[in-house]
Write a protein that binds this ligand. Structure first.
Ligand code: FMN
Length: 279
C-alpha cells in the first residue's frame, strides 16, 4: 500500500497534470487525500441514509464559515419520494435524481436578516445585490462543506444546479417563501461505483501568483483538452445537428457548445420575483 503522500501526489497529478510536492510529515494527510480524490457520484445503492447521519452531515456543513457570521444559507432535506419523483420528472436527463435516497436543496436565505432587523426595531437599508450575493456565496460554501463531510463517511454526492432550469416550479413545490431561493440541489447516497477523478485546468491557469495573468491561455487550454481526453474522453458530442462532428472533441469545445445556447435567461426575473433586489 503506497503511503498517503504518494496517494495524494497520484490523485493531484491525474487532476492537474502536475507533480506536486507533498511533505509526508504533514498532519491531516488522510483528509487531504480524500479532498484530492474528490469525485461526484451519480449512481447509488438502494440503501437509506440514517436521519442521524444526515443531521450530523448538515451540522458539519453548517459549521462552515459564514460571511459576517450572518448565517444566510439553509439546507432543505427532502426524503419524500413524491417530491423527489416530481423533481426527477422535470429533469429526465438526470436519472440519478430519482435514485437518490435523500435530495438536498441548498438555499440562499435573504429573509432572516431583514426579519431580525424588524424584530429588533431596526431599519434595514441593505436590501440590494450584496444581500443576494452573500446568501448565495454562503449556500455554495455550505454545499462544498457538505460534500467534504459526506465523502469522509463514504457517501457520494452530486450537486444539481439544473433545478434552476425550473426555479419557479421547484420553489413553489418546495413552498419556499419570498427571499429564499434554491442555489443548487444535491443527490446524496451510498456510491454504487467507484467513479473517477475529473482533470481540472492546470494550476498555472487558475492559481495566480502575485498578479492576475492569462499568458499563453489558448495553448494551455488546448493542452488541457488533450490531457483530459486521454483519461476522460467525452462519450458524446453536444448538438451535432448545429455544430457538426469535431474530429477532436475536448473540454473547451464541449463548454463552448454548451454555452452557445441561451441558458436560464429568465433566472434574474425569477430572483427578482422572489423579492431580491439585484441593484
Ligand atoms: C454548483 C454545482 C452544480 C452542479 N450541477 C450539476 C447538475 O445539475 N447535474 C450534474 O449531473 N452534475 C452537476 N454538478 C457536478 C459537476 O458536473 C461536477 O462537479 C464536475 O463535472 C466535476 O466533476 P467532479 O466533481 O467529479 O470533479 C454540479 C456541480 C456544482 C459544484
Amino acid at each position: 500500500m503506497p503511503d498517503l503522500a504518494t496517494i495524494i501526489q497520484a490523485a493531484l497529478s491525474e487532476r492537474f497534470g502536475e507533480r506536486l510536492e507533498v511533505d509526508a510529515g504533514l498532519s491531516g494527510l488522510d483528509e487531504i487525500a480524500r479532498v484530492a480524490a474528490h469525485r461526484v457520484h451519480r449512481r447509488y445503492l438502494a440503501r437509506d441514509i440514517a436521519p442521524d447521519l444526515m443531521r450530523l452531515l448538515c451540522a458539519c456543513a453548517l459549521s462552515a464559515p459564514s460571511k459576517s457570521d450572518l448565517q444566510q444559507a439553509d439546507i432543505l432535506v427532502v426524503r419524500d419520494k413524491v417530491k423527489t419523483r416530481a423533481i426527477a420528472d422535470l429533469l429526465p436527463e438526470m436519472p440519478w435524481i430519482a435514485e437518490t435516497p435523500v435530495f438536498l436543496v441548498f438555499l440562499a436565505n435573504g429573509r432572516r436578516l431583514p426579519q431580525i432587523s424588524k424584530n429588533r426595531g431596526k431599519q434595514f437599508p441593505n436590501d440590494h445585490l450584496d444581500l443576494f450575493f452573500n446568501a448565495t456565496v454562503d449556500a455554495g460554501i455550505l454545499l462544498a462543506q457538505f460534500i467534504r463531510a459526506a465523502e469522509a463517511v463514504g457517501l457520494g454526492c452530486c450537486p444539481i444546479s439544473v433545478i434552476r432550469d425550473h426555479a419557479k416550479v421547484i420553489s413553489e413545490m418546495l413552498e419556499l417563501p419570498p427571499k429564499v431561493i434554491p442555489v443548487a440541489g444535491m443527490c446524496v447516497g451510498w456510491p454504487a461505483e467507484e467513479g473517477g477523478i475529473t482533470p481540472r485546468l492546470p494550476l498555472d491557469v487558475t492559481v495566480h501568483e502575485e498578479r492576475f495573468t492569462e499568458s499563453g491561455l489558448a495553448g494551455k487550454i488546448d493542452a488541457y483538452d488533450r490531457r483530459r481526453a486521454a483519461t476522460r474522453p467525452y462519450r458524446n458530442q453536444r448538438d451535432t445537428a448545429r455544430f457538426g462532428r469535431s474530429e477532436f472533441y475536448g473540454w473547451s469545445e464541449d463548454k463552448a457548445r454548451q454555452y452557445a445556447v441561451p441558458l436560464r435567461g429568465d433566472f434574474g426575473a425569477f430572483v427578482r420575483s422572489k423579492n431580491f433586489n439585484l441593484d
